[in-house]
Design a binder for this molecule. Sequence first.
Ligand SMILES: CC(C)(COP(=O)(O)OP(=O)(O)OC[C@H]1O[C@@H](n2cnc3c(N)ncnc32)[C@H](O)[C@@H]1OP(=O)(O)O)[C@@H](O)C(=O)NCCC(=O)NCCS
Length: 334
Amino acid sequence: MIAGTAVRPGAQILAVGGVRGSQRITNEQVAQAIDSSDEWIRSRTGITTRARAEPDVTVLDLAEGAARHAIEGSGLAPTQIDAVIFGSVTYFQQTPAAAPTLADRIGATGAAAFDLSAACAGYCYGIGLADALVRSGAATHVLVAGADKLSEFVDPADRTISFILGDGAGAAIVGPSSRPKIGRTIWGSDGAKAGFVGQNLGFREAFAAGIWPTLRQDGPTVYKWAVFTMAKIALEAITAAGLSPSEIEVFIPHQANLRIIEQQVKRIGLSSEVVVATDITETGNTSAASVPLATERLLRERPDLGGKLALQIGFGAGLAYAAQVIELPTPADV
Ligand SMILES: CC(C)(COP(=O)(O)OP(=O)(O)OC[C@H]1O[C@@H](n2cnc3c(N)ncnc32)[C@H](O)[C@@H]1OP(=O)(O)O)[C@@H](O)C(=O)NCCC(=O)NCCS
C-alpha cells in the first residue's frame, strides 16, 4: 500500500516582493512613433509612464530581485523553499527552463522548479498551483515569481499594444496556514480566441524572415472580454471563497487598462469603499508581474491592508485567466 501524503487545512501568502524596470518612459517618449499623444494614452488607458529596464538587465535579474525581496519579507531561509514557479513569456530560451537557474541564484537549493507560460494570468495561475501544492503536502514553501521584460517584445511603431507595455517582476512566498487564506482558484482558457493577443509571428517563421517577433492585439475585442467575461470569473472566485462582492476589501486585477479596471469594479459589484490597485498608471502593463507588483505597491503604501480580503485576477494571451480571493499577508503571519 502506498503511504498517503499529508493534507493541510490551508495555505497563505506569507510575503510579496517586487522590482520594476529602473527607467520611467513617458507617454511623450512613445507617442511619436505611433501617431498618438499623452492625452490619448492617459484618457484611454490611464497610463502616465511605464517602467522599463536597462538593456543589460535580464528578465531573470528582475525575477531574482523580486524573489529576494519576497523571501526577506517572509523571514524564511532560501533553503526552506522547496518549489519555484516562474511565470513569464519573455524568457527567450526554450530549454533549460529559467526556474532552476532562479532557484539556484536565490539559494533554494534542490527545489522543484519549473516555468509556467500563461502570459498575464501567469502569477494567478502560479498562486493557484502553489496553494494546491502546499495543501496537498507536495511542497511546504513555494516561491511564485511573475516576471516579464516586455520591452524586448515591442515594436515601437505598433499602436495596438506596444505603448502599454513595461518591465518588472513580482514574487510571492506561499506556505502552510491553519485555515485557508487563499480561496479556490477559478481558472481557465479560451483557445478559440488565441489569435486576439500574442506574438505576431512564431519564432520559426520570424527567424526564417530574419526578424524578431513582437506583440500585437485586437484591443477592442480583448477589452470587451476583459470587462464582461472576467467580471463573471471574478464573481465565481468570490462565491467559491464563500463571500459576497461587498465583502471584498481590496481589488487587485491585472493592470492592463485603467478603464477596464473601473468597469470591472462596477460589473463585479464591488463596494464603493474597495481599495483598487492602479499601479498601471506608473508601471504600465508588465504581464505576469502586474498583479504581484500592484500588490507590492499597495502593501508598501498601505501597510494597514495586511490581513484584508483581496480579489486578484489575471487575464491575457491564451486567452488564459485565473482569479482567487486571498488574505493579504501581514508581518504577523511570518
Ligand atoms: C488598446 C486599447 C487601449 C485601445 O483603446 P480603444 O479605446 O479600444 O481604441 P480603439 O482601438 O477602439 O480605437 C479608437 C480610436 O483611437 C485610435 N487609436 C487606436 N490606437 C491608438 C493609439 N495607440 N494612439 C492614438 N490613437 C489610437 C483608433 O484609430 C480609433 O480612431 P477612430 O475613432 O478615428 O477610428 C484598448 O482597446 C485596450 O486596452 N484593450 C485591452 C488591453 C488588454 O486588456 N490586454 C490584455 C492582454 S495584456
